[in-house]
Write a protein that binds this ligand. Sequence first.
Ligand code: CA
Length: 542
Amino acid sequence: MERGLPQCIGISWASESGDSRSDGRIAPTARIFCYDWRVKRFIPVRVKHQRALISLLLLPVAVLQAAAADLPKPGVVPNIVYVLCDDLGYGDVHCLNPERGKIATPHADRLAAQGMLFTDAHSGSSVCTPTRYGILTGRYAWRTRLQSGVLNGDSKALIAPDRLTVPKLLRDHGYATAGIGKWHLGMTLPPAGNLSDVIRDGPLTRGFDYYFGISASLDMPPFAFIENDHYTQAPTATKQWIRKGPAAPDFEAIDVLPTLTRKAVEYIGRQAAETKPFFLYLALASPHTPIVPTKEWQGNSGLGTYGDFVMATDWALGQVMDAIDKAGLTERTLLIFTSDNGCSPAAGVGNLEKQGHFPSANLRGYKADIWDGGHRIPFIARWPGVAKPGSVCSQLTGLTDLLATGADIVGAELPDNAGEDSVSILPLLKGHDQPVHEAVVHHSINGMFAIRTTKAKLIFGAGSGGWSKPGDDKAPVQFYDMTKDMGEHQNRQADSSAEVTRLTQLMNKYISAGRSTPGPQQPNDVAIDLWKKARPKNVPGD
Ligand SMILES: [Ca+2]
């Protein structure tokens, strides 16, 4: 028989429940154990009804292979663990910023040594909510009602109920799915105070089998843990971490990072005993404000509490790596470590830079900005046997790419109305060093747009589009040659009119097509204003 196909070698009866029959009794089920050469172990195939089982015994092995083929294939499709940091800057990860970074991140550095380090990866936005929408749906959030800013802790759900998400896709292909951590994509919260009230429109309704975490940022009420669709403790108290609001009496911000880490480690341990592959979306709430490293991390960086909190966040990654190793899953797990946007000025960037630590490395700007410091983010992927250890990928990628990448991994074709801005990075992971994107779109907190190709970047407006001082640029648009001027210091718009015209037309096409990938036109949820009502005069190509 051909190696690579499962081979039936034995049978055992199982006492687990089967289907209810018309006479009210439960039909027996059985398990056939097949040996799968690909994973070098036995895998169970459930068979319903005794008669069907007898028939199966008489069938050629090929039929049993087909039955087993319907099962998830651990070892063939990988587990996917996605660790998303909150506001971790490109330059905060030491291996990305060895000369101007002063914070030790040994676990991220180790992950890069074992996998592939991406140097030109971008979050879909320079702030939290829109980036998270893009990660889970493969579609830019500016196609939704959210044209600027972020949601609050009690906002309504941003992801439409019928939209394909990464966990829905993977669950449809046999994965167990878990979301642990900061959601920040809206949910319908009950009035505070009643533990029996169900939380609606949250992660369980968007593809996750299991959820544990907080509704939004760690400085946004309600300050309470949610497990699946209930609070673990009702938010009957009032507390304040920057913002003031309802809080569970036992909830303390300082406990959140260790709690989320423990939950993730426990989940990985539980899944190790299962035959299903799993997808774990671990959205840490750090090193976002409130900056609350636990006692064992306080003072360790020598740079202040932000540096300590980054080290604690790196420790959390290390815990996840150790849990994967301990479970024996390293060889069949794709582990991704990234961040939802750049370092926030709230980290005290001026003070950090005075001490020699540059959280945006050589990039311009920080969180919220349209410049690269806002959205070029750390991105490291480890997948033994696929991504070459210690490799570096300098191709342009986006966090919206997870959906298409997941589809590529499981061999699924995305429907026309899903993943409109998502491109598979699987070829890059396999070492094919060619562009996968024609262009990616950036979006700032104020709603300013930019479009980026491998070589060039066109910003549709003047200034940062975010919190950094507007800068000295009074021109209507900003055009930078990213191959020579990664720090975006020299605006070449005046002598690049042909390229400004071309990129403006491309951006308008991406808007009107409802997608930036090939495929039939799709509707945006609202009308999109490229210039945010501040359209300058005499812009070519518009
Ligand atoms: Ca963030």
